[in-house]
Design a protein around this ligand. Structure first.
Ligand code: SAM
Length: 438
């Protein structure tokens, strides 16, 4: 989400102020820091980065420094008090006002602060996205209204709202016109999407997926992130009838013990989550799953953690985004004593990650000998003479191939499996996910 927001800032300032990105920060006239406050560590990094930028401003007093994103939203004016050399503070919902704020600083020589939530206005003010390559993000909803007890997002990004359907689908058509073949629909809980059409109908996330998949040129559709509560039958049916929807799902569970899920205010039980996965696997047997886990939530006992491990064992995950619980000011969980000793949290996290890595290796090994359709991203970073791309189940594959395959689908026979990646032999390009080698 932040990567997407940062690219929108760059697109916008390129259009309004002909601002181009520099490679070296020392060459810049404007430095913008887009921040995350989901965990304390990310938040702490903001002030150490600003400290480094202060030295650049000492050398170049005309340098404009701006701080955006969730830390800006949460701390507001405090940022300018703690770091008086910061000129602009803007939130995730006011990044479209950056040009005006930049003018205020440069022309009126005042500081600019705007961390309000004007919601939909943002998208109306942003230029259509420009992409290089064949993959693009499309933001379909913003904010979060789930109010999980540990999470700051509803307070920093505002409550959930969905972009109008016509705007989303127009953006997808424009991207397809620029050569995009894979779109990743973005939002905090994308499957909560309910978008209005111009004639006041409401489109669900499942229907949006069908519309997006039907756009000529779009051969792959992904989405990030979803919430287990919005997995209705219509969404499960899309896995059955829409081959463009990839066979990989990131579905955050957070914990495996109902007691902890309740304290987290997740609104579901471990059994409910398992049932969603069972329904999904019935519709799409080869789907691979990744998840978010929070380790050491206040009061997490050995038994609670064992229940998380048991859920992992039962479901079989491909990857995890697992982190030690971080107390966030202003959230209900911050009132609970953060009582699990750090040693225990670290031990549990290492155990969980080691088990998921083992599972990922097993999945890679089971793919050896299979033929996979890969969307080629470009040369491999490790060996630029080779190509790399992603399979339908989101694994990176390296293989030897022609440079004009970049941006195309190629069928690859898998020859070796590693934890999260594969090696293969190319069988040749294919038109799209469902076609034979041409
Ligand atoms: N759709 C997602 C869901 O179902 O929760 C929302 C994504 S959330 C903004 C990103 C992830 O950050 C969460 O899934 C959670 O694992 C992690 N996270 C949020 N607050 C956290 C905290 N206080 N400590 C540790 N991890 C946290």
């Amino acid at each position: 989400m932040n990567e997407y927001d940062s690219s929108r800032m760059a697109d916008l300032l390129a259009q309004t102020h002909q601002i181009q990105s520099t490679v070296e920060e020392g060459d810049a006239n404007v430095l913008l820091l887009n921040t995350c406050s989901v965990r304390e560590k990310a938040q702490e990094k903001v002030f150490s980065q600003l400290g480094r930028w202060r030295k650049l401003k000492d050398k170049n007093p005309g340098l404009v420094i701006g701080v955006g994103g969730c830390v800006a939203s949460q701390e507001g004016e405090m940022i300018m008090r703690r770091a008086p050399y910061v000129d602009i503070v803007f939130g995730p919902q006011t990044l479209h006002r950056l040009p005006k704020m930049l003018d205020e600083v440069r022309i009126k020589r005042v500081k600019a602060l705007d961390i309000s939530f004007p919601e939909i206005e943002k998208f109306d003010c942003l230029p259509p996205p420009e992409v290089e390559g064949v993959k693009a993000f499309v933001s379909i909803m913003e904010g979060c209204s789930k109010y999980c007890s540990f999470c700051v997002v509803p307070y920093t990004r505002g409550t959930e709202f969905s972009r109008p359907f016509d705007d989303v689908i127009t953006e997808v058509y424009e991207l397809a016109g620029q050569g995009v073949r894979e779109v990743n629909l973005l939002g905090q809980n994308v499957n909560g999407y309910l978008g209005k059409t111009h004639d006041d109908q409401t489109i669900s996330f499942a229907d949006l997926l069908r519309f997006v998949a039907a756009v000529d040129g779009i051969d792959r559709v992904r989405y990030t992130t979803s919430h287990p509560l919005h997995f209705d039958d219509n969404l499960i049916a899309v896995y059955r009838d829409t081959p463009q929807l990839v066979s990989h799902l990131h579905l955050p569970v957070q914990a495996g013990a109902d007691r902890i899920l309740n304290l987290m205010k997740r609104g579901y039980s471990a059994q409910y989550y398992k049932d969603v996965v069972a329904r999904l696997r019935e519709a799409r047997p080869d789907i691979s799953l990744s998840s978010d886990f929070i380790i050491g939530f206040p009061g997490e006992s050995d038994d609670d953690f064992e229940q998380t491990m048991a859920l992992i064992e039962e479901i079989g995950f491909d990857q995890s985004f697992s982190f030690i619980y971080s107390q966030r000011p202003g959230t209900p969980a911050a009132e609970l004593p953060d009582d699990v000793p750090m040693e225990i949290k670290k031990f549990r996290l290492a155990r969980l990650q080691a088990r998921i890595n083992e599972m990922a290796s097993e999945i890679s090994a089971s793919m050896i000998g299979s033929e996979q359709v890969v969307l080629v991203d470009g040369p491999s970073r490790k060996n630029p003479d080779e190509l790399t791309g992603k399979t339908q189940n989101h694994r990176s594959v390296t293989f030897t191939g022609a440079s004009d395959w970049i941006g195309r689908f190629v069928k690859v026979k898998i020859t070796q499996g590693f934890v999260n990646s594969l090696r293969g032999e190319a069988l040749g390009p294919v038109e799209s996910v469902n076609t034979e080698v041409v």
